[in-house]
Design a protein around this ligand. Structure first.
Ligand code: FAD
Length: 303
C-alpha cells in the first residue's frame, strides 16, 4: 500500500505529492489529467514570482517537478469510490483498487458553462470565467457578466473597477445576490443590470465582439457590443464520486478544517474541491502542502 495516495494531479495534488515524497513517504498520484484546470488556461499572471506563464507550460512544469521524486504517477485514471477499512481504499474506473494509509483528495472543480454558440469558440478569446485571473485583460474595455448570484455580482463589482462598462445579464426576473452586494452594485456608475435576459449567443470574429440575449418578457432579441464575457453561473466541484463517504456542503464541496482534515480520519483534502473561499492556483498549492504535512503528522501518530 501507499503511505499517501493523492487523488488529483492539478496544483493542489502536485504540491501535496511533492511534500509527501520529500518526507520519504511512499507516494502515489492518481489523476484523470495531470495539470488539471491549468491545461485550459491561456496565461497565468498571478502566480507570484513568475510574472507570466502559459497554462500548458505550467501544467508540464507540475509534472516535471513531480518526476524529480519517487512518485508513482497514474495518469488518465479515474477514481470512482472511496471507502475506509483498515486502510483507505480507492476504487478506479478500470476495476482496480488502490490502498493507502492516508489519502489526500485534490480533484478540483470546473466552471459551469452557459452552453450557447460562441462560448467554446471564444474561450480565452474574450470568454472568461475567473475575474481574479482575467479581469486585468479587459482594462478599459466593455464586458458582460452572465449570472446575478453572489459570484456574478461580486465579479461585476470587481470588473467595474477595471473595465469601462459592465452589463449583468440575469435569467430570472430579479438578482439572487445578497442585498449588500446589490446595493454596492447599484451605487456604481458604469454598471447596467438586465433581468429576464436569456443569453442566446456570444458573437465574434477572431475575438468576442458582442453578446445576444432574448428578453424573456417581450420575447425580443437584443445584441450588445462588447469585448468580454464572464460566465458566473457556478463552479462545480469534482466530488460526485464521493457520495456517501466524506462530508460535503450543499455545493458539493468537501468540508475541511484548518488542518485539511475531512470527516474521515486519514482522509485529507485540498484545493478547488474543498470549501475554501477562494479558488486560485497559489491557494490550492498552499492547501496541498498544508494537507500533506498534516497527513504526515497523522501517519507518525498512527504508527
Ligand atoms: P484542478 O486544477 O481542477 O485539478 C484537479 C485534478 O483532479 C486534475 O488532475 C483532474 O484530472 C483530477 N480529477 C478530478 N476528478 C478525478 C477523479 N474522479 N479521479 C481522478 N482524478 C480526478 N487560477 C489562478 O490562480 N490564476 C489564473 O490565471 C487562473 N486562470 C484560470 C483560467 C481558466 C480557464 C480556468 C478554468 C481556471 C483558472 N484558474 C486560475 C483557476 C485554477 O486553475 C484553479 O484554482 C486550480 O487549478 C485548482 O487546482 P486544484 O489542484 O485544486 O484542481
Amino acid at each position: 500500500p501507499f503511505d499517501i495516495l493523492v487523488v488529483g494531479g492539478g496544483p493542489a495534488g502536485a504540491s501535496a505529492a511533492i511534500y509527501a515524497a520529500r518526507k520519504g513517504l511512499r507516494t502515489g498520484v492518481l489523476a484523470e489529467r495531470v495539470g488539471g484546470q491549468v491545461n485550459d488556461t491561456a496565461a497565468i499572471e498571478n502566480f507570484i514570482s513568475v510574472k507570466r506563464i502559459e497554462g500548458p507550460q505550467f501544467a508540464a512544469n507540475l509534472e516535471e517537478h513531480m518526476k524529480e521524486y519517487d512518485i508513482d504517477i497514474m495518469n488518465m485514471q479515474r477514481a470512482t469510490r472511496l471507502k475506509k477499512n483498515d486502510l483507505i481504499e480507492v476504487e478506479l474506473e478500470n476495476g482496480a483498487t488502490l490502498k493507502s494509509k492516508a489519502v489526500i483528495l485534490a480533484t478540483g472543480a470546473r466552471w459551469r458553462n452557459v452552453g450557447v454558440p460562441g462560448e467554446q469558440e471564444f474561450k480565452n478569446k474574450g470568454v472568461a470565467y475567473c475575474p481574479h485571473c482575467d479581469g486585468p485583460l479587459f482594462e478599459g474595455k466593455r464586458v458582460a457578466v452572465i449570472g446575478g448570484g453572489n459570484s456574478g455580482i461580486e465579479a461585476a463589482i470587481d470588473l467595474a473597477g477595471i473595465t469601462e462598462h459592465v452589463t449583468v445579464l440575469e435569467f430570472a426576473s430579479e438578482l439572487k445576490a445578497d442585498s449588500v452586494l446589490q446595493d454596492k452594485l447599484n451605487s456604481l456608475p458604469n454598471v447596467k443590470v438586465i433581468t429576464n435576459a436569456q443569453t442566446t449567443e456570444i458573437t465574434g470574429t477572431d475575438n468576442v465582439n458582442g453578446i445576444s440575449y432574448l428578453d424573456r418578457e417581450t420575447e425580443e432579441e437584443h445584441h450588445i457590443e462588447l469585448e468580454g464575457v464572464f460566465v458566473q453561473i457556478g463552479l462545480l466541484p469534482n466530488t460526485d464520486w464521493l457520495e456517501g463517504s466524506v462530508e460535503r456542503n450543499k455545493f458539493g464541496e468537501i468540508i475541511i478544517n484548518e488542518h485539511g482534515e475531512t470527516s474521515i480520519p486519514g482522509v485529507f483534502a485540498a484545493g478547488d474541491c474543498t470549501n475554501v473561499t477562494n479558488k486560485q492556483i497559489i491557494i490550492s498549492m498552499g492547501a496541498g502542502a498544508n494537507a500533506s504535512l498534516n497527513a504526515f503528522n497523522y501517519l507518525v501518530r498512527e504508527k
